[in-house]
Write a protein that binds this ligand. Sequence first.
Ligand code: IVH
Length: 704
Amino acid sequence: MKERKIPKAVKGLTAAEARAEHERLAAEIARNDERYYREDAPTISDAEYDALRRRYEALEKQFPALVTKRSLSEKVGAAPSEKFAKVRHKVPVLSLSNVFADAEVEDFVARIRRFLGLAADAPLAMTAEPKIDGLSCSLRYEAGKLVQAATRGDGYEGEDVTANVETISEIPHVLKGEAPDVLEVRGEVYMRRADFAALNARQTEAGKPTFANPRNSAAGSLRQLDPSITAGRPLHFFAYAWGEVSAMPADTQMGMVRAFKAYGLQVNPLTVLCHSAEELLRHYRDIEGRRASLPYDIDGVVYKVDSLALQNRLGFVSRAPRWAAAHKFPAEQATTILRDIEIQVGRTGALTPVARLEPVTVGGVVVANATLHNEDEIERLKIRIGDTVVIRRAGDVIPQVVRVVEDKPRGKKEYHFPTHCPICGSEAVRELDPRTGRKDVVRRCTGGLICPAQAVERLKHFVSRRAFDVEGLGEKQIEQFYREGLITKPADIFTLAARDAKSATKLKDREGYGETSVRNLFAAIEARRRIPLNRFIYALGIRHVGETNARRLARHFGTFAALRAAARVAKEGSEARAEIDNIEGLGEVVAEAVADFFAEKRNEDQLDALLGCVTPLPMEEVVSASPIAGKTIVFTGSLERMTRDEAKAQAERLGAKVAASVSSKTDLVVAGPGAGSKLAKAAELGIETIDEEQWLRLAGAATD
Ligand code: IVH
């Protein structure tokens, strides 16, 4: 962690000290606002910014004389930039006050109740919805037509981005239904994570600067002087608030959101109605749990009083409504010092640079290592050992180094990527892709099976959860057994018990083992002698054959013998090669990797040994054992992770029938957002109903 003086408690400051610090903080916050709002290029993390802001507010609370008209607590964001025409907001665009701890959520609700004079048992409905990490935008519709779009700016005056917003396909130019004559819809313009990554890749390709995160890339894309650039950027919009409205279509927050939806605007499907602080917190945890799997970044959950009459009574305090609060997630970015870069060698020989860091807390977890991806990424970051770096952690994804903080003292030592494998010393090369003529981003060890790192990593992969999943045989045990020569290839796992029986030095007599644990380990290994074909293929660790491709190969060939027979003769230009290439979802690269694997004598030898111990179950048997086999399923509402056709095909592959309507013969209904009458019918008939996530889990489990 970087050196930071622990600030004195606000209570212990003299008025003069408080004034000096208040002034210093004001300048620092203003500088960061400028970077965030106008340059779309912040240099500190959100958590650090929030800490500055909190300290500033604490000072003002303790020393009210510091609050003047110029005080930052009276302002939102930064004044609009000169690039665009200015738009005066008729109703100011305000901000939200933040809460972080559970107790603060309870206080927030208690404060509202007190303010309204509600009895402890009087009902109070509140909405809870994700806080989208994008930039807010106000859309003005007159007679149902989009006439103006503006950024927030400083809350009073924003930038006119109408021409740019008109290029966002998700934002209707004309509203559906009976919209009020004047309607200012407010919401968040955002970019999906995958689109952000693709955009950055394109920027790199074109030698242009990349964006730090999806928020900045959305802001940078919207605030383009040339709308044709915005048009090429995939932006999205969620509506969640409003400004001027000539005739309110509803009298609740939820009702307004529903009205927006009816007008053809996108609203967030994770918006729910809650009735207590406990329920708000429950939804917060639920959303937090889904965070990593959402396609867009969110940075908290927003709570709002549902009744608009109550919202009116509650009103505002300086820059934020009293009736709403943002419950922020723990920080997911932090700055720390890069101590060293180490190279790890994976099972395919890929050399991966790992950043060894001064440990720092990111999103509630201590992070000491982060990935640097590859050689090009190190080049791009221009990183030196000793640099101060920004670390980012999204959900359970591996933490990554985002960038170097350039205005901190730079590290002294330049870093050069090795040209030889640090484990076996063989040369490490970047293969030239004959098709694109470009060098692979990954440098690989050419040591093959003589490289212990590759052998160990292959074994770890072989026993991993989605492959053979042998209980009691984890990474630690594999490393130990490999070192001792007990397990050096997959088949050794299945001969371990027999060899142990004959050996003088028994496993059960070792430190850390006992009779029971050894018996359990051997039983776990026995249980895996029969294994679904898709898992078996995945376990082999063929390049480009992950879980999904393994499943595709398994489904297509049905048995391992069929796959092997085809793969053995799959030379370039052959019929067998074309057959693999043509499997839905595969292609040339995968077909080549499969052929290469089976063309390698050492792999074939290992396979023979392995097949002497293990039986891969033909797919027919796997499918008939699936919990979905023979069931009748109905899909309704919209699906977000796959198309309707994909879902149908998946269900049929697993032996289910897909029906169009719900009847007493239906076994299961999979309902997405917007599900209507079919969902109601299912409830009426008492038919089990699950959402898309649950369906994916069920379908995944069925072939596992
Ligand atoms: S409501 C008067 N709801 O967060 C209340 N804001 O930190 C207006 N934001 O300026 C805001 N998701 O840009 C609201 N579901 C959501 C939001 C949301 C993201 C942004 C918005 C706002 C900022 C406040």
